[in-house]
Design a protein around this ligand. Structure first.
Ligand SMILES: [Zn+2]
Length: 197
C-alpha cells in the first residue's frame, strides 16, 4: 500500500463505526473502484467544512449564524426541547409532532468518560432562558444512568429560573432513546411528557 493510501485509511478509521477493514474497503472503493465519484465527494467535504457550523442559538447544524428552525417564525420559541445529539432533533422533525424549538446538548454528562457540564452545550441553554420568553423545557434525553444524571443537573440549574421542566414519557426503547424511536412512539412520548421533579 502507498503512504497516501495508508494516510487516507488512517483518517477514515477515526470516523465513528469504522474499523480497519471498513476503512480500507472505503479507501479502495474511492480510489480504485469509483475514482470518478471522488472529486464530488471532496467538493462536498470542502463545502460542508466551509459552511456548516453549530447554530449560535440552539447548537443544531446551520449554514448561517442561526439554523433554519431557530430562524423559522412559525416555531414556538417559548418551548425548548433539549436533546443529546442532532440526529435526535432530526427524529423529532421527521415525526412532524413538534413545533417548538430545540437545544442540542452535544452529549450527556458522564463522570466515567470525563464529560462535565462545561463539555456540553449547556451555558447557551441557560443564557436563552435568562434572556426571557421561555415557558417550558422538555428533557428528551436517554432513560439510562447518564441521561438521568444530565436531567437532574439541568433540572437543578433550571429550577430557580421559573420555567416548567418536563420529561418525555418513555415508551421509548431503553438505552436506544429518541434516535431509534418511530414517529408514533415519539409523538406519544411528547404527548405523555410529565413534570420533572
Ligand atoms: Zn438553532
Amino acid at each position: 500500500m502507498t503512504p497516501a493510501f495508508e494516510e487516507l485509511t488512517k483518517r477514515l478509521r477515526k470516523l465513528p463505526g469504522l474499523g480497519y477493514r471498513s476503512a480500507e474497503r472505503i479507501a479502495l472503493h474511492l480510489l480504485v473502484e469509483q475514482p470518478d465519484a471522488l472529486p464530488a465527494l471532496v467538493d462536498a467535504l470542502e463545502a460542508a467544512a466551509a459552511r456548516v457550523r453549530r447554530c449560535a442559538c440552539c447548537g443544531n447544524l446551520a449554514d448561517a449564524e442561526r439554523c433554519e428552525i431557530c430562524a423559522d417564525a412559525t416555531r414556538d420559541p417559548a418551548v425548548i426541547c433539549a436533546v443529546e445529539h442532532v440526529p435526535d432533533l432530526v427524529a423529532f422533525e421527521r415525526s412532524g409532532s413538534y413545533r417548538g424549538s430545540y437545544h442540542v446538548l452535544h452529549g450527556r454528562l458522564s463522570p466515567i468518560r470525563g464529560v462535565g457540564p462545561s463539555d456540553l452545550n449547556i451555558a447557551t441553554l441557560l443564557a436563552r432562558i435568562d434572556a426571557g420568553g421561555v415557558r417550558e423545557v422538555i428533557l428528551a434525553l436517554s432513560n439510562d444512568v447518564e441521561g438521568e444524571a444530565t436531567c437532574h443537573f439541568l433540572s437543578d440549574q433550571l429550577a430557580s429560573r421559573g420555567v416548567q421542566i418536563t420529561r418525555i414519557g418513555f415508551g421509548l426503547p431503553s438505552g436506544g432513546g429518541v434516535l431509534y424511536a418511530d414517529a408514533v412512539t415519539l409523538k406519544s412520548a411528547l404527548d405523555g411528557r410529565r413534570t420533572y421533579q
